[in-house]
Structures are given as structure tokens and as C-alpha cells.
Design a protein around this ligand. Structure first.
Ligand code: LMR
Length: 327
């Protein structure tokens, strides 16, 4: 009899969401990249730290390579509380707010130090809270690296891009950037890019060395032009209601673990990208195109008008802070 009652109580508790007997808090953290990339390693390191420090209390479920959800859909899923954490490319926030478009302006950031100074400054930190009212609370930024152009044909000067179909992330700045060099931009989730390149649905794309290597784009794109024309980094965000509803001691550990994971990602991202570049060279499959200063200047000059198209949307305060971070 006693056993039967216990079974009934157990079943009733197990059926109640949030009242699981184990009391374990689940943090679903899907992302679009391979585990070897800076983001992939950062997500796994965060999971390791959290689960070591809060054994049995918190489980971080990392889903790499868009295995749970694709990058675009993850924004809504986080806002609706279906998942608890994301690390999405800053470019993909474009349809929610215009101020993040600053990160996509071609040739704006001279190096990663400038990006970091901007992100750590007052305006960069304020941007993390920009989307809180939309169900996305930014906690930190993670770096990937600078973008290169890949194509099935050599891209040495902007005229070589004329008429080519380019896959881009979901960003209007990137759309205009590709138009500025004469290409036809196609917005597409990351999970579809390899196949689109392989099937010839698009001719070219832009990405970091670590993404080009880990997602095997180098196997289906012979030419890689080392332009370093833009930045890819991530908005690491949580659902604000879920976050604030966590027990304070748990949230403190999550914050500390995230700070350490951020430190890890942002100090190793350059090396991970350098290693990916070396692996691509070692594969012997590709022709790498190193630009002369004059050729690089041609790309910069062709893309530079894009700044003026978006200056008003981004706002003077953000633009000035990004520019000043370079000094
Ligand atoms: C892309 O979609 O090309 C990249 O943003 C993927 C990523 O997350 O770095």
C-alpha cells in the first residue's frame, strides 16, 4: 500500500514541469558550429565548468552543428523559453535591431584589439542589454575571427566578384557589401551552406578560417582570398526571465563559469583560426590568394560606401565608440 502511494506521488511529481525529482536545472545551449571551433570549444568548456561546480544541480546540454535548431530559429526559441542559451553571430541580430550592424561594416575594425576595446567599453556593454525587451539578454561577447572570401574562381580584385552568387548571413549590411562588389547576395542559414556550395546553388561565401575548415567549405571552394575584411563574433545570450528566475547561488556560478569560458574563447580564437588556416594549407586542395596593399585597397574602396548607407540606423554614438576604440 505504502509503495503504491509513493508510486502515485512520484508519478504526479514527475509529470509537473519544473518539479522533477532530481531538481536538476537544464540549460539547452544549441549552436551552429562544430565542437572544434572557438564557439564550439567555448560552449563545451562552459558546460564542463558548470557541471563540475554544480554537480546534479545544473546540466548544460550543448547541441553543436545545428543539431537541435538552426541559428535563425534559435532567436525565437530563446525568447519563448524553449532553449536557455545561445551564442549567435552578431550579424544575425540585424532583423531585431539596427545598432549591431556596426559589427558588419567592412574594414571598420583594424584588428581584434579594436573589436575588444569597443565591446568592453560603455557602448558595447550597453548593446548587450539592447534586446532584453525582446526576450534576449546578452551576457557577453565571444570572438571567432576575421572573414576571408572563398569561391570556385579566383577573387583577386572586386571586379572578379561580378555576377557571382554569394551566400551571406542574415544581415542587410552584408547584402549591400556584396552588391557593392557586383555580387548577388543570398541570405542562408549556416547549416545549408556546405550543400549550397557543393551543388553550385551559390558560387562564393565569406567566413573565418575556423568555419571554412571545420565545416569543410575548403573542400568545395578552391580559392580563398585573404581579405580579413570583416569580423565574426557572437552575442552570448539567455532568456531574461529564466535567468532571473534561477536561484542566486546557481546564477552566480553560471556567471563566473561564463566569464572563464569567455576568457578562454577570446584568448584562443586567433590561435584556433591560425591552426585552421595551416590545416587548409596542409590539405593542398586550395589556392590561397594573398592581396597586395593595392589590391586590398581596391576591396576596401569598393565596400566602403556601405558605411554611409547604414550610419543613421546604427547611430552616431555607436559608430563613434567603435571608431574611437581603434586609438
Ligand atoms: C555563418 O553563418 O556564416 C557564421 O555566423 C556561423 C557562425 O556561427 O560563426
Amino acid at each position: 500500500m505504502r509503495k503504491a502511494i509513493l508510486t502515485v506521488v512520484w508519478l504526479a511529481l514527475a509529470a509537473m514541469p519544473g518539479m522533477a525529482l532530481s531538481q536538476s536545472i537544464i540549460i539547452k545551449f544549441p549552436h551552429d558550429l562544430a565542437p572544434t571551433t572557438p564557439k564550439g570549444q567555448g560552449a563545451d568548456y562552459f558546460k564542463q565548468l558548470v557541471e563540475e561546480r554544480l554537480p546534479g544541480r545544473v546540466t548544460v546540454e550543448v547541441y553543436p552543428s545545428s543539431s537541435l535548431i538552426n541559428d535563425q530559429a534559435s532567436l525565437e526559441a530563446l525568447a519563448f523559453g524553449e532553449i536557455q542559451m545561445i551564442a549567435i553571430s552578431l550579424s544575425k541580430l540585424d532583423r531585431l535591431t539596427k545598432r549591431f550592424q556596426v559589427f558588419d561594416l567592412p574594414f571598420l575594425f583594424a584588428d581584434m584589439e579594436q573589436v575588444e576595446a569597443f565591446q568592453n567599453g560603455a557602448v558595447g556593454q550597453e548593446l548587450l542589454r539592447e534586446l532584453e525587451g525582446r526576450g534576449l539578454l546578452g551576457l557577453t561577447y565571444w570572438h571567432n575571427g576575421t572573414k576571408q572570401l572563398t569561391a570556385g574562381t579566383p577573387l583577386r580584385v572586386p571586379a572578379d566578384a561580378d555576377g557571382l552568387e554569394f551566400r551571406i548571413m542574415d544581415s542587410d549590411v552584408l547584402l549591400e557589401q556584396i552588391r557593392a562588389i557586383g555580387g548577388n547576395p543570398q541570405k542562408m542559414p549556416f547549416s545549408e551552406v556546405y550543400q549550397a556550395l557543393q551543388m553550385g546553388a551559390v558560387d562564393a561565401q565569406e567566413n573565418t578560417w575556423s568555419n571554412i575548415y571545420a565545416s569543410k567549405f575548403y573542400e568545395v571552394q578552391e580559392f580563398i582570398t585573404e581579405t580579413n575584411h570583416g569580423y565574426i563574433g557572437y552575442f552570448v545570450a539567455v532568456n531574461p526571465d529564466h535567468w532571473r528566475g534561477l536561484p542566486e547561488d546557481v546564477r552566480n556560478v553560471l556567471e563566473q563559469s561564463l566569464a572563464e569560458a569567455t576568457q578562454f574563447v577570446n584568448t584562443t580564437a586567433v590561435a584556433i583560426n591560425d591552426e585552421a588556416r595551416a590545416d587548409i594549407v596542409a590539405s593542398g586542395r586550395n589556392t590561397l590568394i594573398a592581396l597586395t596593399p593595392d589590391e586590398r585597397e581596391q576591396w576596401r574602396a569598393a565596400m566602403r560606401p556601405v558605411w554611409d548607407m547604414f550610419a543613421d540606423d546604427i547611430g552616431a554614438e555607436v559608430l563613434e565608440a567603435a571608431g574611437a576604440a581603434g586609438h
